[in-house]
Design a protein around this ligand. Structure first.
Ligand SMILES: Cc1ncc(COP(=O)(O)O)c(C=O)c1O
Length: 443
């Protein structure tokens, strides 16, 4: 039957997914696939957990919707309280949660919170949200403005505000051509330099992903980097926004990735794993300093979405948290991570695998033309897409992206399986990848 959906890509065939169970997705034609990328780092508790659907159905029978301009709901209050209890200690007391329908809306919300925060404090000149090159914070125009990814920005350049970008933090391919620790965190210090230059008192906030997911393929910063960013933001009195849409809710082995470096941001954005794909849900966790400025200032945030804090999404979020806590899935991530990286060990020595990196259950495998020099394949060769297709033929789903070298060139796949992934399933991922390499490169 011809499709009536406007697809992501008109030149691609999309199999019909009809069922999910555990780490597996089943298609209409009777095939099954191991979901090694958790549908873009979304699925944490696994597919097909019946209790989530039941909780959503109960909520729909009781109250399906109430507009947040007139009502709060017990189910939203409960999820906000639980999320804050998981947040870094410095955000819990006096912090609040703003719910959205996904990650991009969370980024938009954080940008506007940062702007209004400074208005509330009598600093109307502050509006820019600085970010990093090679970053991705969402697909709406505000979120694109703070995304430094060259290829994703290019078509919309005339529509995007230029608020300033600093260097990415990617030691494997340092854009400043420096080496850690001799670099003394020069990439972080670019923020200090920028904020110290003339006319930069217009900056309201800095946004970054603690571990860069899609655009750099799970690039983990060196020790001291995240702490240095936090220090610079504090010194210049701007807000630090951690985009934890991909890394939040346990993916890196901590509830939030910033905890790997004991940093407390002013704002954390959340999406993906918060409802494990059972509902469209995102959130902005707002620290006490920001909350207080609003509460003691104008008292009203000039922002809103019809579907924010939707009761069915709230029910899904609570039910997913129940599963994460009752089955101790947060605690499973480090062990499953060891299994995953051990299973990837054999592919590391392949002549076209340049790097295997990551933290927790967020892993990246980068492909290179020449291992010694790190030279990437030409973009037109679409190597990561070829690897994805070959791995899929072997029954394993991966997430390909280009651009990790300079925003255009550089091929990697991202792996971000559900936290329930077993030792044997990790082995299956390793074998499928090895055989995909063989079929794409002939050895
Ligand atoms: C780090 C990060 N921020 C924001 C987003 C946008 O989230 P969404 O696609 O739910 O709007 C994404 C999505 O991939 C992301 O990876």
């Amino acid at each position: 039957m011809p499709s009536h959906l406007f697809p992501r890509n008109f030149r691609k065939d999309y199999p019909q997914a009809v069922r999910g169970e555990g780490c597996w997705i089943f298609t209409e034609d009777g095939k099954r696939y191991l979901d090694a990328f958790g549908q873009a780092a979304v699925v944490s508790i696994g597919h097909g957990v019946a209790s989530i659907g039941h909780a959503m159905a109960r909520q729909a029978e009781q109250l399906s919707f109430a507009h947040t301009s007139q009502f709060s709901t017990p189910v939203a209050e409960k999820l906000a309280q639980r999320l804050l209890a998981l947040a870094p200690a410095g955000m819990r007391n006096g912090g609040r949660v703003y719910f959205t329908s996904g990650g991009s809306e969370a980024t938009e919300t954080a940008i506007k919170l940062a702007r209004q925060f400074h208005l509330e404090r009598g600093q109307p000149e502050r509006y820019r949200v600085v970010s990093r090159r090679q970053s991705y914070h969402g697909s709406t125009l505000g979120a694109m403005a703070v995304s430094g990814n060259v290829a994703r920005r290019a078509p919309y350049q005339p529509l995007l505000s230029e608020w300033g970008h600093i260097a990415s933090c990617f030691c494997a391919r340092c854009e400043l051509h420096l080496k850690f620790p001799d670099c003394m965190l020069a990439c972080a210090n670019e923020l200090d330099l920028l904020l110290s230059s003339a006319n930069w008192n217009s900056v309201a906030a800095f946004i970054f992903e603690p571990v860069v997911g899609a655009t750099l393929g799970a690039a983990v910063p060196p020790e001291g980097y995240v702490q240095r960013l936090a220090e610079i933001c504090r010194e210049h009195d701007i807000l630090l926004i951690a985009d934890e849409v991909m890394t939040g809710l346990g993916r890196t082995g901590k509830k939030f990735a910033v905890e790997n470096w004991n940093v407390t941001p002013d704002i954390i954005t959340v999406g993906k794993g918060i409802a494990s794909g059972y509902a469209a849900l995102g959130a902005v966790i707002v620290g006490p300093r920001v909350v207080e400025a609003f509460a003691k200032g104008s008292g009203a945030f000039q922002h809103g979405f019809t579907y924010q804090a939707h009761p069915l999404s709230m029910a899904a979020g609570n039910a997913v948290l129940d599963v994460l806590e009752e089955r101790n899935l947060f605690g499973r991530v480090p062990e499953a991570s060891r299994d995953l990286f051990a299973a990837l060990e054999p592919v590391k020595s392949h002549p076209h695998v340049g790097d295997v990196r990551g933290l927790g259950l967020l892993a990246g495998v980068e492909f290179v033309k020449d291992k010694a020099s790190g030279m990437p394949f030409a973009r037109e060769e679409s190597i990561c897409e070829k690897i994805r297709a070959a791995a899929m033929l072997n029954g394993v789903l991966t997430y390909p992206t280009q651009g990790c070298v300079d925003g255009l060139q550089g091929d990697h796949i991202l792996l971000a399986p559900p936290f329930t992934i077993s030792h044997d399933e990790c082995q299956t991922i390793g074998h499928a990848l090895a055989s995909a390499l063989k079929s794409v490169f002939g050895s």
